[in-house]
Design a protein around this ligand. Structure first.
Ligand SMILES: [Zn+2]
Ligand SMILES: [Zn+2]
Length: 200
């Protein structure tokens, strides 16, 4: 399980949204905050382009699970969601790095997965953390649980992240979380990462 450092991590990158008069516009050199913003924009655009290219090349993955190596992935509507826990190093390392070795074929069978990502009490506490930093999540109750669980599993796999750092969620992980916190009526929106303009 992760340390209690979510709020610190979320504060790594500050987005400045001031769009009033710019008294230093004539200055050829950028202010430090503008340089920081420019670096963020370049990184985000590069990352977005990389993901778009990957999705274009992997459109064949949607609607089927021939790419799944863990036996737990379900067919997804988008290529981005159609990845197996064993294909993404950060997730599979969580299984491989356990000593003594875990005899499981999927991250969702790791004992830490249920403890951190499916346990409603853990998720309630994690959601309070989120809410303190970002305000309430406008979503149904189970959507709040799912969204919080997605955040936790990304944090578990990747550690400290700045805002807007977009990471994949394996289909088996998404399926297990949806199974635990199903939407009434069984209709799911595809998982949407925070877009590039809001500050979630
Ligand atoms: Zn799989
Ligand atoms: Zn899996």
């Amino acid at each position: 399980m992760d340390r209690g450092d979510i709020s610190d991590a979320e504060e790594i990158v500050h987005i400045y949204s001031y769009d009033g008069p710019q008294p230093y516009n004539y200055e050829p050199a950028m202010l430090p905050r503008d340089q920081e913003q420019a670096r963020i924009n370049v990184r985000q655009n590069g990352q977005r382009r990389q993901i778009e290219l990957w999705c274009e090349e992997n459109r064949w993955r949607t609607g089927q699970v021939s790419w799944c190596l863990c036996g737990k992935c379900e067919a997804m509507f988008s290529a981005e969601e159609s990845q197996c826990c064993r294909e993404v190093d950060a997730y599979w390392a969580l299984v491989e790095n356990v000593t003594p070795r875990l005899d499981v074929q999927c991250l969702t069978l790791h004992p830490g997965f249920e403890a951190c990502c499916l346990n409603p009490y853990v998720l309630q506490i994690a959601y309070m953390h989120f809410r303190q930093d970002h305000g309430p999540l406008q979503a149904s109750r189970h959507e709040q649980y799912r969204y919080t669980a997605y955040r936790l599993v990304v944090r578990w796999a990747y550690g400290i992240l700045g805002r807007h750092i977009r990471k994949p969620l394996p289909a088996c992980v998404v399926s297990a979380i949806r199974g635990q916190f199903p939407e009434e009526g069984g209709l799911y929106k595809g998982f949407e990462w925070p877009n590039f303009v809001d500050n979630q």
